[in-house]
Write a protein that binds this ligand. Structure first.
Ligand SMILES: N[C@@H](CCC[C@H](N)C(=O)O)C(=O)O
Length: 281
């Protein structure tokens, strides 16, 4: 079976293009193939599938085998894949996700190849129970949370998938491995959560590091960057448009006042293609 390795700012994926349905054992395949020592190595397994509602459908399975509702970096990779491989020749396309519905995507094409992707990520969900958290408030802003022997304050946002944003003094050097897993599995979050640690540098620049649900520390998180911008606006810390600076690079995020939608702009890249020898890994 053919696969393509791609990344969005270092958040890497094994991408499979298929005319069929998601295989019933996709979770098992994700665990095997995403393994960085015994497999291909990736943060997630992404399937590009046919859709009845949009040009394509994306499904994303985290490296631990759990399916996510949405993935910002993967959707940019999907857009580049389908255009650069000639599956579509329009620069405005739609991609269906399971958690955030059908998302309009605008491609910037240079020399026949996609160089940049702008995704309409839809409206953020701010209702505490719908995110979901156990907190019956809208929005869930600057709430205290205890983890281990430390206390933090978090703001919760869903971009189709759940996020909790915590402001720290120095996000770039933050100890993700200690606090990420404790917060990801905190009882406040019935479906677990993606955890963003952020430092606002000025009203248009935020440094962010992420501990992802089902994948651990990754170099970038598109939905996490969107959630961080929304959280920063709710906390009065930034403008409605800002750069979110991740370990793997920067994303430009806008929360539009008129339609309430969040727009994410960034790159996507191919790494290599390969063939999986069934039953060998
Ligand atoms: N890296 C992604 C998010 C992938 C899914 C996430 N780990 C979850 O379980 O919700 C992004 O770029 O948005």
């Amino acid at each position: 079976m053919e696969f393509t390795k791609m990344h969005g700012l270092g958040n890497d994926f094994i991408v499979i293009y298929s005319e069929k349905e998601l295989p019933s054992h996709a979770a098992e395949l994700a665990i095997k193939w995403c393994n960085r020592f015994f497999g291909i190595g990736a943060d997630g397994l992404v399937y590009i599938l046919p859709s009845e509602k949009a040009d394509f459908q994306m499904r994303i399975i985290n490296s631990d085998g759990t399916e996510a509702e949405q993935c910002g970096n993967a959707i940019r990779c999907v857009a580049k894949y389908v255009y650069d491989h000639g599956h579509i020749d329009r620069e405005n396309i739609t991609i269906q996700t399971i958690g955030a519905g059908v998302q309009p995507v605008r491609l910037t094409v240079e020399d026949g190849k996609v160089s940049k992707v702008r995704v309409d990520m839809g409206a953020p969900v701010l209702d505490g129970l719908k995110i979901p958290t156990t907190i019956d408030e809208t929005p869930v802003v600057n709430q205290p949370i205890e983890a281990g022997d430390s206390s933090f304050r978090f703001t919760a946002v869903s971009m189709g998938n759940p996020h909790c944003v915590i402001y720290v003094k120095d996000a770039v050097n933050f100890d993700l491995a200690t606090w990420g897993p404790k917060l990801e599995a905190h009882p406040f979050f019935p479906k677990k959560i993606n955890v963003e640690f952020a430092t606002v540098k000025d009203r248009e620049h935020i440094d962010m590091r992420v501990w992802e649900r089902g994948a651990g520390p990754t170099l970038a998180c598109g939905t996490g960057a969107c959630a961080t911008l929304v959280s920063s606006v709710l906390n009065g810390l930034t403008e409605r448009a800002a750069w979110v600076r991740l370990k793997g690079g920067d994303l430009f995020i806008e929360w539009n006042e008129e339609d309430n939608h969040v727009y994410m702009t960034g790159p996507a890249a191919f790494v290599f293609t390969g063939k999986i020898i069934e039953n060998e890994i």
